[in-house]
Structures are given as C-alpha cells and as structure tokens.
Ligand binder design. Structure first.
Ligand code: NAP
Length: 276
C-alpha cells in the first residue's frame, strides 16, 4: 500500500510552476475577497498567500466586514473585473444575507480563479477544462502523478457538491472513467463503493468510509477535512482503510496542499490566456 504524499507532490508542482512563471516573464496577480471573519477561511487564505509568494504570484487581499451588503460585494467584484488583476477568488462560505450564486456569477468568467462560474462549469461538462475548480483538479493531478490509469476504471465519488463531487465526475468522465456518484439518498452505498477501482470521497463526515466499503487494491482519495477535537481528519477511516487500498491520501497532507497548488496553476493559466 502506498500513502500518497500530497505535500511533496504539491511542492514539486509549485516548484515547476515557479519556473514556468519565470520563463514566461509573467507577473500574475490574484485578488482574494474575504467577507466576514470565518476562522477556517482565514487559515485557507494564509496557505494560499504563502503559495503565491513561493511561485511569484502577486497576492492582494480585500476584506469586507460581516455586515457588508450584497451590493457592496458586487461593486468590489465589478472594480476587480475591470482592474489589472488576472484572477479573482471569492472565499466561501459567505455571511448570511449574501447570495453565493449571485456573487460568484458576478466574477468575470475569464478571471474566475476557482472555476465556480456557471459558464466555466458548463464548459467543463462539455470537455473544456481550461478553467476548472481546484479541488477536483487536485484529485486528477494526484492520480496522474502517481500513474493511476483512469480510462476504463470504475470511479465512485461519494458527495455531489457543485465544488467537488459534480465537477470531479465530469473530469473523470472526460478521461473515460465509468463514473458513479453517491449522495445522501443513495441506497446500498457500500455495495457501490466496493466496486470502485478509484474511490473519491467528499462528504464532510469523519471516518465515513470504513474498510468494509472498500475493494482490495482500490485507490482511495479522501477530500474531506473535518475537525475532531484538536485533530484534522478526513472522511475515510485512514488507519483501517490503508490496509486494503493500493494507494491512499492522508488527511492532512493529501488533497489539501494539492488543491492550493492547482489553484496557483490556474491563476498562472488565466494570466497566460489574458496575455494572449
Ligand atoms: P457539501 O457541499 O456539504 O456536500 C457533501 C456531500 O456529501 C453532499 O452531496 C451530500 O449529499 C453528501 N452526503 C452527506 N451525507 C451523506 C451520507 N450519509 N451518505 C452519502 N452522502 C452523503 O461538501 P463539500 O463542499 O463537497 O465538501 C466535502 C468535504 O470536503 C468537507 O469535509 C470539506 O471540508 C472538504 N473539502 C476539502 C477541500 C480540499 O481542498 N481538500 C476542498 C473542498 C471541500 P446530498 O447532496 O444528498 O446532500
């Protein structure tokens, strides 16, 4: 069994990106908007800022108070759309009273760092992955870098969120996997997950996937991030499932750092596309 070192692969990816940015003589600029003071969002933003500084992406932070209105946020997004920033990231969750869909749709699709704009998600569905969400991209990149063949494999995804499960299903389909997506209304889920050659889990429940739900030799990718006491754990019962999997991502140190690395790559690609 192989424990996939997401931190090491992410470092490799960021080092490659740093070189690419230098070679293309670009100076990409990312604007990050945080509304309110969600503590988890602040932690995520710190790691994004550190990655930007590592690869040579300019990082601009725009903080709006918890009390900010929808109109204020839309005004800021409009200004950034018209400015020289190459990529805009709106950190979610947003405070009550601010609609996520309306806000994400206000971002210029060509500056959409997270790839959550409906135009970009629609393009993904028809096979154009030029602006794809970072977390599903991280899962694909991990599989690629550990040489897991996707074509023809049965991939089971647990979770159907718009930011992880659904786009990941499209990306695996784009690579000729046979894809099954499970969710809270799925019946006999263990029977389905046991058929997975590749099992990707994004549920948000600690230790949700137990060894009985995993086929011997499966590749298991755990997207979950859950706080249990003072520990961070995934959605997979790592210690037990690792005995059955041929490869498995730990939490922390799996998909998380790869998500940040993929986000950096996307900012670079947006800047490159804008240069023409
Ligand atoms: P989400 O929007 O809450 O979606 C959770 C999904 O899990 C839903 O589709 C839900 O089904 C399904 N689900 C919930 N309970 C279930 C059950 N008992 N059986 C089967 N399916 C069930 O979550 P998300 O945003 O995709 O995030 C999922 C996890 O990934 C979280 O822990 C989050 O923190 C983590 N995450 C990590 C990264 C990263 O960079 N590593 C990025 C994003 C998210 P229904 O649709 O039927 O409700």
């Amino acid at each position: 069994m192989k424990i996939i070192d997401g931190t090491a692969i992410a470092k490799e990816m960021l080092d490659e990106l740093k070189l690419q940015i230098k070679e293309t003589n670009l100076s990409p600029k990312l604007a990050v908007i945080l509304v309110g003071d969600d503590p988890a969002s602040k932690i995520y933003l710190k790691s994004k800022e550190a990655a930007c500084s590592h690869v040579g992406i300019k990082y601009e932070k725009y903080l709006l108070p918890n009390s900010a209105s929808q109109a204020e946020l839309l005004e800021l997004i409009k200004e950034l759309n018209e400015s020289d920033v190459n990529a805009i990231l709106l950190q979610v969750p947003l405070p009550k009273g601010i609609d996520e869909g309306t806000s994400l749709e206000a971002i210029d699709p060509l500056k959409d760092a997270d790839g959550f704009h409906p135009i970009n998600l629609g393009r993904l569905l028809i096979g154009d992955e030029s602006i794809a969400p970072a977390t599903p991209s991280a899962v694909i990149e991990i599989l690629k870098r550990i040489n897991v063949e996707i074509s023809g494999k049965h991939s089971v995804i647990v979770g159907r969120s718009n930011i992880v499960g659904k786009p990941l299903a499209a990306m695996l389909l784009n690579r000729d996997a046979t894809v099954t997506v499970c969710h809270s209304k799925t019946r006999n889920m263990a029977k389905i997950t046991r058929e997975a050659d590749i099992l990707a889990v994004a549920v948000g429940k600690p230790h949700f996937i137990t060894p009985e739900m995993v086929k011997e030799g499966a590749v298991v990718i755990d997207v979950g991030i859950n706080r249990v006491g003072d520990r961070t754990v995934g959605d997979v019962d790592f210690e037990k499932v690792k005995e059955k999997a041929s490869a498995i991502t730990p939490v922390p140190g799996g998909v998380g750092p790869m998500t940040v690395a993929c986000l950096m790559k996307h900012v670079f690609l947006l800047a490159l596309a804008q240069r023409g």
